[in-house]
Design a protein around this ligand. Sequence first.
Ligand code: SF4
Ligand code: SF4
Length: 199
Amino acid sequence: MAIIRVPRPPRDTNVFAAAWGYTTTICTGLTLTLTIFFRQLLKREKSETVEWPEQPATYGERFKGKHFLTKREDGQVRCTACFLCATACPAQCIHIEAGQHPSNEIEKFPVRFEIDILRCVFCGYCEEACPVDAIRLGPEYAIVDTSEKKWVYTKDYLADRPALQGGIHSIKPENEKHTSIGHEPTAGERKSQAHHGHS
Ligand code: SF4
Ligand code: SF4
């Protein structure tokens, strides 16, 4: 096999030009930083820094924060334990245990519904996959806790935590089952989605 010898690149002998370029660039950057710093210090320019948690952060309507489960009119969770969200979840962090519902109108319900939030990547696929608007990612962005157990969101927490103020109702009619896959939301449903921060 022929060996191709590649010549060394010529040395940059103009060290002074390189040093000058480096110094002027650093000085330009520092001048800009210090100008903004003093303008904001002297209140001549508004600071963009949000002093969280005293000052709440604002996100767009499409922000995907903490999950919640929606409810039926009677207060039960809307979820029918179809496993579509768990199947769509790329992080495999949704764990559902289905049970037979005592009512003939409702085929199944989740006896256990848990999300291991430390594995979640907040992609929203679960929300997209759900045919009955039973799971959504809401606007809550503060996700902090101290114990490992609290990072697994249980069914009760997902449906009834204080921030949900008694729970949020699904926009899908009670008798609507999984025939609604591919169903385009009506204008009224879109309005309700916007009201609840649904993206
Ligand atoms: S947001 Fe994405 S990663 Fe998180 S539970 Fe839903 S599907 Fe899974
Ligand atoms: S896709 Fe919706 S109805 Fe089906 S298990 Fe998930 S949350 Fe429940």
